[in-house]
Design a protein around this ligand. Structure first.
Ligand code: BJ8
Length: 426
Protein backbone atom coordinates (compact mmCIF):
# COMPACT_ATOMS: atom_id res chain seq x y z
CA UNK A 1 0.00 0.00 0.00
CA UNK A 2 1.28 3.51 -0.82
CA UNK A 3 1.92 6.03 1.93
CA UNK A 4 -1.39 7.68 2.77
CA UNK A 5 -0.22 9.28 6.03
CA UNK A 6 -0.75 12.81 4.75
CA UNK A 7 -4.31 12.04 3.63
CA UNK A 8 -5.16 10.34 6.94
CA UNK A 9 -3.72 13.30 8.89
CA UNK A 10 -5.75 15.73 6.81
CA UNK A 11 -8.87 13.76 7.77
CA UNK A 12 -7.93 14.13 11.43
CA UNK A 13 -7.30 10.42 12.04
CA UNK A 14 -5.40 9.32 15.10
CA UNK A 15 -2.46 7.79 13.26
CA UNK A 16 -1.30 5.55 16.10
CA UNK A 17 -4.73 4.07 16.74
CA UNK A 18 -5.36 3.79 13.01
CA UNK A 19 -2.08 1.92 12.45
CA UNK A 20 -2.98 -0.46 15.25
CA UNK A 21 -6.42 -1.10 13.71
CA UNK A 22 -5.00 -1.68 10.22
CA UNK A 23 -2.39 -4.06 11.54
CA UNK A 24 -4.97 -6.19 13.43
CA UNK A 25 -7.27 -6.09 10.40
CA UNK A 26 -4.48 -7.06 7.99
CA UNK A 27 -3.33 -9.98 10.13
CA UNK A 28 -6.86 -11.25 10.63
CA UNK A 29 -7.56 -10.96 6.91
CA UNK A 30 -4.49 -12.97 5.93
CA UNK A 31 -5.21 -15.66 8.51
CA UNK A 32 -8.90 -15.98 7.62
CA UNK A 33 -9.18 -15.28 3.90
CA UNK A 34 -5.81 -15.87 2.28
CA UNK A 35 -5.37 -19.22 4.00
CA UNK A 36 -8.50 -20.67 2.35
CA UNK A 37 -7.83 -23.40 -0.18
CA UNK A 38 -8.97 -23.40 -3.79
CA UNK A 39 -10.30 -19.85 -3.73
CA UNK A 40 -11.71 -18.44 -6.99
CA UNK A 41 -9.26 -16.23 -8.88
CA UNK A 42 -11.93 -13.52 -8.95
CA UNK A 43 -11.50 -13.01 -5.19
CA UNK A 44 -8.16 -11.35 -5.92
CA UNK A 45 -10.01 -8.16 -6.75
CA UNK A 46 -11.71 -8.21 -3.33
CA UNK A 47 -8.36 -8.94 -1.63
CA UNK A 48 -7.03 -5.84 -3.39
CA UNK A 49 -10.02 -3.75 -2.30
CA UNK A 50 -9.59 -4.88 1.29
CA UNK A 51 -5.86 -4.15 1.14
CA UNK A 52 -6.72 -0.62 0.02
CA UNK A 53 -9.92 -0.17 2.04
CA UNK A 54 -8.43 2.79 3.96
CA UNK A 55 -6.06 3.77 1.15
CA UNK A 56 -6.97 3.95 -2.51
CA UNK A 57 -10.73 3.98 -1.91
CA UNK A 58 -10.41 6.90 0.50
CA UNK A 59 -8.23 8.69 -2.04
CA UNK A 60 -11.04 8.20 -4.55
CA UNK A 61 -13.49 9.74 -2.07
CA UNK A 62 -11.16 12.69 -1.51
CA UNK A 63 -10.75 13.15 -5.28
CA UNK A 64 -14.54 13.06 -5.69
CA UNK A 65 -14.90 15.72 -2.98
CA UNK A 66 -12.26 17.86 -4.69
CA UNK A 67 -14.43 17.69 -7.83
CA UNK A 68 -17.38 19.02 -5.85
CA UNK A 69 -19.13 15.69 -5.21
CA UNK A 70 -20.60 14.99 -1.76
CA UNK A 71 -19.89 11.87 0.30
CA UNK A 72 -22.87 10.54 2.25
CA UNK A 73 -22.30 7.98 5.02
CA UNK A 74 -25.05 5.81 6.47
CA UNK A 75 -25.69 2.91 8.82
CA UNK A 76 -28.68 1.21 7.28
CA UNK A 77 -29.94 -0.33 4.03
CA UNK A 78 -33.03 1.88 4.24
CA UNK A 79 -30.96 4.86 3.09
CA UNK A 80 -31.30 4.73 -0.71
CA UNK A 81 -28.01 4.85 -2.60
CA UNK A 82 -30.09 5.80 -5.66
CA UNK A 83 -30.92 9.22 -4.18
CA UNK A 84 -27.26 9.92 -3.39
CA UNK A 85 -26.17 8.92 -6.90
CA UNK A 86 -28.92 11.11 -8.39
CA UNK A 87 -27.04 14.20 -7.13
CA UNK A 88 -23.76 12.68 -8.34
CA UNK A 89 -22.79 11.91 -4.73
CA UNK A 90 -20.93 8.94 -3.31
CA UNK A 91 -22.68 6.67 -0.80
CA UNK A 92 -20.65 4.77 1.78
CA UNK A 93 -21.65 2.34 4.52
CA UNK A 94 -20.36 3.23 7.99
CA UNK A 95 -21.33 0.20 10.08
CA UNK A 96 -18.35 -1.14 11.96
CA UNK A 97 -17.68 -4.76 12.82
CA UNK A 98 -14.75 -4.62 15.22
CA UNK A 99 -14.38 -4.28 18.96
CA UNK A 100 -12.31 -1.09 18.97
CA UNK A 101 -12.20 1.50 21.75
CA UNK A 102 -15.28 0.11 23.50
CA UNK A 103 -14.13 1.57 26.84
CA UNK A 104 -14.47 5.06 25.37
CA UNK A 105 -17.79 4.15 23.72
CA UNK A 106 -19.09 2.98 27.10
CA UNK A 107 -18.44 6.39 28.61
CA UNK A 108 -21.24 7.67 26.35
CA UNK A 109 -23.42 4.60 25.88
CA UNK A 110 -24.85 2.04 28.29
CA UNK A 111 -22.78 -1.14 28.56
CA UNK A 112 -25.74 -3.17 27.36
CA UNK A 113 -25.69 -1.67 23.86
CA UNK A 114 -25.14 -3.91 20.83
CA UNK A 115 -21.60 -4.20 19.45
CA UNK A 116 -22.57 -2.59 16.16
CA UNK A 117 -23.52 0.69 17.83
CA UNK A 118 -20.59 0.54 20.24
CA UNK A 119 -18.21 -0.02 17.32
CA UNK A 120 -19.58 3.03 15.49
CA UNK A 121 -18.85 5.13 18.58
CA UNK A 122 -15.51 3.43 19.24
CA UNK A 123 -14.41 4.27 15.68
CA UNK A 124 -15.62 7.85 15.96
CA UNK A 125 -14.10 8.55 19.37
CA UNK A 126 -10.85 6.80 18.42
CA UNK A 127 -10.75 8.73 15.08
CA UNK A 128 -9.89 5.65 13.05
CA UNK A 129 -12.60 5.54 10.36
CA UNK A 130 -11.67 7.54 7.25
CA UNK A 131 -15.12 6.87 5.72
CA UNK A 132 -16.82 8.58 8.65
CA UNK A 133 -14.36 11.48 8.63
CA UNK A 134 -14.69 11.92 4.85
CA UNK A 135 -18.51 12.01 4.98
CA UNK A 136 -20.06 15.42 4.35
CA UNK A 137 -23.34 14.17 5.79
CA UNK A 138 -23.95 11.19 8.07
CA UNK A 139 -27.46 9.76 7.91
CA UNK A 140 -28.90 8.31 11.10
CA UNK A 141 -32.14 6.43 10.62
CA UNK A 142 -34.79 5.79 13.25
CA UNK A 143 -34.86 1.99 13.24
CA UNK A 144 -34.15 0.21 16.52
CA UNK A 145 -34.31 2.12 19.82
CA UNK A 146 -30.57 1.65 20.31
CA UNK A 147 -29.63 3.45 17.10
CA UNK A 148 -32.37 6.04 17.45
CA UNK A 149 -31.14 7.19 20.86
CA UNK A 150 -27.46 6.72 20.00
CA UNK A 151 -27.80 9.22 17.13
CA UNK A 152 -28.81 11.87 19.68
CA UNK A 153 -25.46 11.29 21.37
CA UNK A 154 -23.59 11.08 18.06
CA UNK A 155 -25.01 14.36 16.70
CA UNK A 156 -22.57 16.74 18.43
CA UNK A 157 -19.63 14.53 17.42
CA UNK A 158 -20.11 14.67 13.64
CA UNK A 159 -20.16 17.50 11.14
CA UNK A 160 -23.70 17.08 9.81
CA UNK A 161 -25.92 14.33 11.18
CA UNK A 162 -29.17 14.03 9.25
CA UNK A 163 -31.97 12.05 10.87
CA UNK A 164 -34.30 10.04 8.66
CA UNK A 165 -37.48 8.79 10.27
CA UNK A 166 -38.71 5.31 9.35
CA UNK A 167 -42.03 3.51 9.75
CA UNK A 168 -42.45 0.55 12.08
CA UNK A 169 -45.40 -1.12 10.38
CA UNK A 170 -46.03 -2.26 6.83
CA UNK A 171 -49.16 -0.14 6.47
CA UNK A 172 -50.23 2.42 3.88
CA UNK A 173 -49.44 5.20 6.37
CA UNK A 174 -46.05 3.57 6.92
CA UNK A 175 -45.35 3.66 3.21
CA UNK A 176 -46.48 7.28 2.94
CA UNK A 177 -44.13 8.19 5.79
CA UNK A 178 -41.23 6.46 4.04
CA UNK A 179 -41.90 8.32 0.80
CA UNK A 180 -42.12 11.62 2.63
CA UNK A 181 -38.81 10.91 4.38
CA UNK A 182 -37.20 10.12 1.02
CA UNK A 183 -38.60 13.36 -0.37
CA UNK A 184 -37.05 15.29 2.53
CA UNK A 185 -33.77 13.45 2.03
CA UNK A 186 -33.74 14.53 -1.63
CA UNK A 187 -34.15 18.15 -0.47
CA UNK A 188 -31.23 17.71 1.94
CA UNK A 189 -29.05 16.14 -0.78
CA UNK A 190 -29.90 18.92 -3.22
CA UNK A 191 -28.97 21.50 -0.61
CA UNK A 192 -25.58 20.01 0.32
CA UNK A 193 -24.60 19.09 -3.23
CA UNK A 194 -26.00 22.14 -5.01
CA UNK A 195 -27.38 19.76 -7.67
CA UNK A 196 -30.96 19.03 -8.61
CA UNK A 197 -32.46 15.53 -8.76
CA UNK A 198 -34.02 15.10 -12.18
CA UNK A 199 -36.02 12.23 -13.63
CA UNK A 200 -33.03 11.41 -15.85
CA UNK A 201 -30.48 11.45 -13.01
CA UNK A 202 -32.78 9.37 -10.81
CA UNK A 203 -33.46 6.82 -13.55
CA UNK A 204 -29.75 6.46 -14.22
CA UNK A 205 -29.05 6.01 -10.50
CA UNK A 206 -31.75 3.32 -10.24
CA UNK A 207 -30.17 1.51 -13.16
CA UNK A 208 -26.69 1.57 -11.57
CA UNK A 209 -27.96 0.26 -8.23
CA UNK A 210 -30.26 -2.33 -9.84
CA UNK A 211 -27.34 -3.65 -11.89
CA UNK A 212 -25.22 -3.86 -8.76
CA UNK A 213 -27.96 -5.75 -6.92
CA UNK A 214 -28.46 -8.07 -9.91
CA UNK A 215 -24.78 -9.02 -9.72
CA UNK A 216 -24.98 -10.00 -6.04
CA UNK A 217 -28.27 -11.79 -6.70
CA UNK A 218 -26.48 -13.76 -9.41
CA UNK A 219 -23.78 -14.67 -6.89
CA UNK A 220 -26.44 -15.69 -4.35
CA UNK A 221 -28.10 -18.01 -6.90
CA UNK A 222 -24.82 -19.70 -7.88
CA UNK A 223 -24.34 -20.71 -4.26
CA UNK A 224 -27.13 -23.28 -4.60
CA UNK A 225 -24.60 -25.62 -6.27
CA UNK A 226 -23.07 -28.59 -4.49
CA UNK A 227 -20.08 -28.61 -4.13
CA UNK A 228 -20.14 -24.97 -3.07
CA UNK A 229 -18.10 -23.02 -5.66
CA UNK A 230 -17.26 -20.27 -3.15
CA UNK A 231 -16.97 -20.23 0.62
CA UNK A 232 -19.51 -18.42 2.76
CA UNK A 233 -16.68 -16.26 4.05
CA UNK A 234 -15.74 -15.05 0.57
CA UNK A 235 -19.38 -14.48 -0.40
CA UNK A 236 -19.89 -12.48 2.80
CA UNK A 237 -16.82 -10.43 1.96
CA UNK A 238 -18.32 -9.55 -1.44
CA UNK A 239 -21.52 -8.46 0.33
CA UNK A 240 -19.48 -6.35 2.76
CA UNK A 241 -17.46 -4.66 -0.02
CA UNK A 242 -20.86 -3.81 -1.62
CA UNK A 243 -21.10 -0.92 0.87
CA UNK A 244 -17.71 0.72 0.19
CA UNK A 245 -16.69 0.22 -3.39
CA UNK A 246 -17.42 2.21 -6.52
CA UNK A 247 -20.76 0.68 -7.66
CA UNK A 248 -19.91 0.25 -11.34
CA UNK A 249 -16.48 -1.29 -10.74
CA UNK A 250 -17.93 -3.50 -8.00
CA UNK A 251 -20.64 -4.78 -10.35
CA UNK A 252 -18.11 -5.67 -13.04
CA UNK A 253 -15.94 -7.50 -10.52
CA UNK A 254 -18.84 -9.50 -9.08
CA UNK A 255 -19.99 -10.48 -12.56
CA UNK A 256 -16.46 -11.57 -13.46
CA UNK A 257 -16.35 -13.65 -10.30
CA UNK A 258 -19.74 -15.17 -11.20
CA UNK A 259 -18.50 -16.09 -14.72
CA UNK A 260 -15.70 -18.05 -13.07
CA UNK A 261 -18.02 -19.64 -10.50
CA UNK A 262 -20.42 -20.79 -13.21
CA UNK A 263 -17.55 -22.60 -14.92
CA UNK A 264 -16.66 -24.16 -11.57
CA UNK A 265 -20.24 -25.36 -11.16
CA UNK A 266 -20.21 -26.93 -14.64
CA UNK A 267 -16.97 -28.73 -13.84
CA UNK A 268 -18.16 -29.73 -10.37
CA UNK A 269 -15.30 -27.85 -8.69
CA UNK A 270 -15.86 -26.61 -5.17
CA UNK A 271 -14.13 -25.13 -2.16
CA UNK A 272 -15.49 -27.87 0.09
CA UNK A 273 -16.16 -31.52 -0.84
CA UNK A 274 -19.53 -32.35 -2.39
CA UNK A 275 -22.02 -33.24 0.31
CA UNK A 276 -20.55 -30.83 2.92
CA UNK A 277 -23.23 -29.78 5.42
CA UNK A 278 -24.89 -26.56 4.24
CA UNK A 279 -26.36 -23.82 6.40
CA UNK A 280 -28.10 -20.48 5.94
CA UNK A 281 -27.27 -17.71 8.42
CA UNK A 282 -30.09 -15.34 9.33
CA UNK A 283 -30.21 -12.30 11.57
CA UNK A 284 -28.19 -9.18 12.37
CA UNK A 285 -25.92 -7.70 9.71
CA UNK A 286 -22.22 -8.59 9.81
CA UNK A 287 -20.17 -5.48 9.01
CA UNK A 288 -16.45 -5.60 8.13
CA UNK A 289 -14.46 -7.15 9.87
CA UNK A 290 -17.06 -9.21 11.71
CA UNK A 291 -16.17 -12.69 10.43
CA UNK A 292 -16.31 -14.50 13.77
CA UNK A 293 -19.29 -16.83 13.32
CA UNK A 294 -18.59 -17.65 9.63
CA UNK A 295 -15.02 -18.64 10.56
CA UNK A 296 -16.33 -20.95 13.28
CA UNK A 297 -18.96 -22.49 10.98
CA UNK A 298 -16.62 -23.07 8.06
CA UNK A 299 -13.95 -24.62 10.26
CA UNK A 300 -16.56 -27.00 11.68
CA UNK A 301 -17.07 -29.04 8.49
CA UNK A 302 -19.97 -26.94 7.21
CA UNK A 303 -20.39 -24.29 4.54
CA UNK A 304 -22.56 -21.17 4.66
CA UNK A 305 -24.58 -20.97 1.45
CA UNK A 306 -26.62 -17.83 2.10
CA UNK A 307 -27.13 -14.87 4.41
CA UNK A 308 -30.61 -13.63 5.29
CA UNK A 309 -29.15 -10.35 6.48
CA UNK A 310 -28.83 -6.73 5.43
CA UNK A 311 -25.25 -7.62 4.48
CA UNK A 312 -26.73 -10.29 2.23
CA UNK A 313 -30.08 -11.02 0.64
CA UNK A 314 -32.25 -8.77 2.84
CA UNK A 315 -30.19 -5.85 1.60
CA UNK A 316 -30.18 -6.77 -2.05
CA UNK A 317 -32.93 -9.14 -3.12
CA UNK A 318 -35.40 -6.53 -4.34
CA UNK A 319 -34.87 -4.40 -7.43
CA UNK A 320 -36.55 -1.08 -8.16
CA UNK A 321 -39.10 -1.48 -10.93
CA UNK A 322 -39.45 1.97 -12.40
CA UNK A 323 -43.06 2.73 -13.30
CA UNK A 324 -43.36 6.28 -14.55
CA UNK A 325 -41.25 9.12 -15.84
CA UNK A 326 -41.41 11.94 -13.31
CA UNK A 327 -39.24 12.30 -10.19
CA UNK A 328 -42.35 11.71 -8.07
CA UNK A 329 -43.31 8.54 -9.95
CA UNK A 330 -39.77 7.16 -9.79
CA UNK A 331 -39.69 7.99 -6.09
CA UNK A 332 -42.87 5.91 -5.71
CA UNK A 333 -41.06 2.96 -7.29
CA UNK A 334 -38.03 3.46 -5.04
CA UNK A 335 -40.30 3.63 -1.97
CA UNK A 336 -42.07 0.42 -3.08
CA UNK A 337 -38.71 -1.30 -3.31
CA UNK A 338 -37.40 -0.21 0.08
CA UNK A 339 -40.70 -0.81 1.82
CA UNK A 340 -40.21 -4.55 1.23
CA UNK A 341 -37.17 -4.76 3.52
CA UNK A 342 -38.15 -7.09 6.34
CA UNK A 343 -35.97 -5.80 9.15
CA UNK A 344 -36.95 -7.00 12.63
CA UNK A 345 -37.74 -3.41 13.64
CA UNK A 346 -41.07 -3.89 11.81
CA UNK A 347 -44.06 -5.29 13.62
CA UNK A 348 -45.36 -7.76 12.67
CA UNK A 349 -42.68 -9.07 10.33
CA UNK A 350 -43.86 -12.40 8.89
CA UNK A 351 -42.16 -12.22 5.49
CA UNK A 352 -38.72 -12.60 7.05
CA UNK A 353 -39.24 -16.14 8.31
CA UNK A 354 -40.99 -17.07 5.04
CA UNK A 355 -37.94 -15.96 3.12
CA UNK A 356 -35.58 -17.90 5.41
CA UNK A 357 -37.60 -21.00 4.52
CA UNK A 358 -37.33 -20.16 0.81
CA UNK A 359 -33.58 -19.70 1.10
CA UNK A 360 -33.16 -22.99 2.95
CA UNK A 361 -35.02 -24.73 0.13
CA UNK A 362 -33.49 -23.08 -2.92
CA UNK A 363 -29.94 -23.22 -1.54
CA UNK A 364 -30.34 -26.87 -0.48
CA UNK A 365 -29.32 -26.09 3.08
CA UNK A 366 -29.87 -28.56 5.89
CA UNK A 367 -30.32 -26.00 8.68
CA UNK A 368 -30.40 -22.39 9.76
CA UNK A 369 -28.19 -20.51 12.21
CA UNK A 370 -29.97 -17.52 13.70
CA UNK A 371 -27.36 -14.90 14.54
CA UNK A 372 -28.14 -12.07 16.98
CA UNK A 373 -25.86 -9.51 18.49
CA UNK A 374 -26.16 -9.34 22.27
CA UNK A 375 -28.54 -6.57 23.39
CA UNK A 376 -30.13 -6.33 19.93
CA UNK A 377 -33.74 -6.41 21.02
CA UNK A 378 -35.43 -6.61 17.60
CA UNK A 379 -33.51 -9.67 16.38
CA UNK A 380 -33.29 -11.42 19.76
CA UNK A 381 -37.03 -10.95 20.29
CA UNK A 382 -37.75 -12.25 16.82
CA UNK A 383 -35.34 -15.19 17.13
CA UNK A 384 -37.66 -17.22 19.41
CA UNK A 385 -40.69 -17.18 17.09
CA UNK A 386 -38.41 -17.64 14.05
CA UNK A 387 -36.79 -20.72 15.60
CA UNK A 388 -40.18 -22.13 16.60
CA UNK A 389 -41.62 -21.62 13.13
CA UNK A 390 -38.57 -23.11 11.38
CA UNK A 391 -38.38 -26.14 13.67
CA UNK A 392 -42.13 -26.70 13.22
CA UNK A 393 -41.49 -26.75 9.47
CA UNK A 394 -38.80 -29.40 9.97
CA UNK A 395 -35.85 -26.99 9.65
CA UNK A 396 -33.22 -27.50 12.36
CA UNK A 397 -32.27 -24.14 13.83
CA UNK A 398 -29.47 -22.98 16.08
CA UNK A 399 -29.94 -19.71 17.90
CA UNK A 400 -26.72 -17.82 18.66
CA UNK A 401 -26.31 -14.62 20.61
CA UNK A 402 -22.87 -13.09 20.64
CA UNK A 403 -20.79 -9.92 20.41
CA UNK A 404 -17.56 -8.80 18.72
CA UNK A 405 -15.20 -10.24 21.34
CA UNK A 406 -13.47 -13.60 20.99
CA UNK A 407 -14.27 -14.57 24.58
CA UNK A 408 -17.11 -16.92 23.69
CA UNK A 409 -15.45 -18.44 20.60
CA UNK A 410 -14.80 -21.79 22.31
CA UNK A 411 -18.35 -22.06 23.58
CA UNK A 412 -19.77 -21.08 20.18
CA UNK A 413 -17.57 -23.63 18.42
CA UNK A 414 -18.87 -26.42 20.67
CA UNK A 415 -22.48 -25.46 19.92
CA UNK A 416 -21.87 -25.07 16.18
CA UNK A 417 -20.07 -28.43 15.95
CA UNK A 418 -22.92 -30.13 17.81
CA UNK A 419 -25.41 -28.50 15.44
CA UNK A 420 -23.47 -29.64 12.36
CA UNK A 421 -23.51 -33.19 13.79
CA UNK A 422 -27.27 -32.92 14.21
CA UNK A 423 -27.63 -31.84 10.57
CA UNK A 424 -25.47 -34.74 9.37
CA UNK A 425 -27.75 -37.24 11.06
CA UNK A 426 -30.82 -35.83 9.31
S1 BJ8 B 1 -32.64 -2.60 7.99
S2 BJ8 B 1 -31.06 -4.77 10.34
S3 BJ8 B 1 -29.27 -2.24 8.61
S4 BJ8 B 1 -31.67 -1.39 11.13
S5 BJ8 B 1 -27.79 -5.00 15.73
S6 BJ8 B 1 -28.10 -1.51 15.59
S7 BJ8 B 1 -30.98 -3.61 14.94
S8 BJ8 B 1 -29.62 -3.27 18.21
S9 BJ8 B 1 -28.48 -3.05 12.34
FE1 BJ8 B 1 -30.03 -2.83 10.69
FE2 BJ8 B 1 -31.22 -1.22 8.95
FE3 BJ8 B 1 -32.60 -3.14 10.15
FE4 BJ8 B 1 -30.82 -3.75 8.33
FE5 BJ8 B 1 -30.11 -2.09 16.36
FE6 BJ8 B 1 -29.84 -4.71 16.49
FE7 BJ8 B 1 -27.78 -3.18 16.98
FE8 BJ8 B 1 -28.80 -3.35 14.52
Amino acid sequence: MSDYTKMWSSLGLDLKGHDALLSVLGNAYSAIFLSQKNRPEGMKYFDFVMGEVHGLRIKELMDAKAQGRVVIGSYCVFVPEELVLAVDGVAVGLCAGAEFNFEAAETLLPRNTCSLIKAAFGFKLGKVCPYLEASDVVVGENTCDGKKKAYEILAPLVKDLYIMDLPQTKSETGKALLKEEYRKFIAKLEKVSGKKVTAASLKKAVEIVNTKRMAVKRLAAIRSADPAPISGLDALLVNQVFFHDDPVRFTESVNKLCDELEIRVKKGTGVFPKGTTRVVVSGCPMAVPNWKVPVLVESSKAVIVGEESCVGERGSRWLTEVKGNTVDEILDSITDRYFNIDCAVFTPNPSRVDYVKDMKKKLHAQGVIHYSLQFCQPYIMESGPVEKDLEKSGIPTLRLETDYSQEDAGQLRTRIEAFVERLKKK
